[in-house]
Design a protein around this ligand. Structure first.
Ligand SMILES: Cc1ncc(COP(=O)(O)O)c(C=O)c1O
Length: 394
């Protein structure tokens, strides 16, 4: 059927869709009666499954009280929920700017970085995705940023962390472009959809050293890694490196309401006491987004949630070990419940779908990011189905 709306990132005539009849926890039932185990949290946002009762309750309660956005209005809970987010991030000295998506978080973080420094160039990795709006897309280095789409001179690429002499080469790039022209680095704490590559602690500390040496800000993109995805509450907690700005979205509302946030350091917050913050949205700090986030913060502090998460992270690792025995599997990179399985050849997404799985299948790679609330039995079932599909395609 020719749809009256677009499907993202595809030729429309080739778009692969599926009809959802209902959702239940981490499973999706299609209208043709298929039960799919969600092994990538849809697009890495369904951290808490598809219909978590706590998030639904908070959204419903908010709908019954103050459902309308009001950027300047202080409604009950707005201050307390923000304070609770800051405590959870262990970043109480900073301040939050709210958005409605990951791209808007990146967009606003880059605007703030350029505004504060009065410099334009942003340094970013080639193997990266930061969002589909023009500013976020310009920082994006993967196939989704074709040359004609974004302005020249906004972004300069740095070597990937695993490249030989990556830090030395990055330093030379800074010197070549002039530190006085470079506003910030923007870096995913662990690349999500582009293969789950993490820089080492030494690399991150080297990047931070360059920031301090040349007065460059560090923007960390936590859109995928935030909210318990990689074995810690946030990706930056792996490295012991302080960011100036942090971009959040996806898990912040568990995907139930479009929502996002930018954390800014105290220094940046102080700057805007005396200077105009030239950023804003009609749906700024939307009460329904705040309500969803309140639910998320309640869930992540729940002992049962945390106990299950540590347990399924261990099961995940053990199940991935089994995949390693298959000759089609080339390399596996895993952090918490985020994983890339590189293959020697590509296996079409349809084959996983037909086996009852929803996951991201790319050329020669699958990405796994099951909901954090998945049970041991469903995780094992999902992983054994993945094993079967790969075994059938050796
Ligand atoms: C690392 C990263 N940053 C930013 C974004 C953009 O988020 P959104 O699609 O909510 O705009 C994404 C989306 O996948 C992402 O993976």
């Amino acid at each position: 059927m020719k749809l009256p709306y677009y499907i993202s990132w595809t030729k429309q005539k080739d778009a692969e869709t599926f009809e959802i009849a209902s959702v239940n926890g981490v499973t999706i039932t299609t209208t043709d009666g298929r039960h799919l185990i969600d092994m990538t949290s849809i697009s890495y946002q369904a951290h808490f499954g598809h219909n978590h009762p706590i998030i639904i309750k908070h959204i419903k309660d908010q709908l019954d009280t103050i459902p309308m956005s009001s950027p300047k209005g202080i409604y009950p809970g707005k201050i307390e929920t923000t304070q609770s987010l800051l405590r959870y991030m262990k970043k109480e000295n900073g301040k939050i700017f709210y958005t409605t998506s990951g791209a808007e978080s990146v967009e606003n973080a880059l605007k703030i970085a350029r505004d504060i420094t009065k410099k334009k160039i942003v340094l970013a990795r080639t193997n990266s995705y930061h969002g589909a709006t023009l500013g976020a897309l310009s920082a994006t280095g993967d196939w989704r940023n074709p040359a004609h789409m974004t302005p020249e001179g906004w972004v300069v690429r740095i070597p990937e962390p695993n490249e030989l002499d990556a830090l030395e080469k990055t330093r030379n790039i800074i010197l070549k472009n002039g530190p006085d022209n470079i506003a910030a680095f923007i870096l995913e704490t662990i690349t999500g959809g582009n293969g789950v590559y993490a820089g080492t602690k030494e690399w991150w500390q080297g990047i931070k050293k360059l920031c301090l040496e040349f007065n460059i800000l560090l923007v960390m993109d936590e859109v995928v890694c935030g909210f318990e995805r990689t074995g810690k509450a946030f990706g930056y907690m792996h490295y012991g490196v302080e960011a100036d700005l942090l971009c959040l979205a996806k898990g912040i509302s568990g995907g139930m309401i479009p929502f996002g946030a930018v954390w800014t350091s105290e220094k940046i917050a102080d700057h805007y006491e005396e200077n105009i913050l030239c950023c804003g949205l009609t749906n700024y700090a939307h009460p329904l987004g705040m309500a969803a986030m309140k639910g998320v913060l309640e869930i992540v502090h729940d002992k049962k949630f945390q106990d299950n998460l540590s347990h399924v992270q261990n099961i995940f690792k053990a199940e991935l070990e089994k995949l390693k025995s298959l000759s089609i599997v080339k390399e596996i990179r895993v952090h918490g419940l985020l994983c890339a399985v590189d293959l020697h050849k590509s296996v079409a997404g349809k084959k996983f779908f037909n086996k009852g799985l929803y996951l991201v299948a790319q050329t020669n790679r699958i990405i796994l990011a099951p909901p954090l609330i998945i049970s041991e039995s469903l995780l094992r079932e999902g992983m054994s189905k993945i094993y079967e599909v790969l075994e059938e395609n050796l």
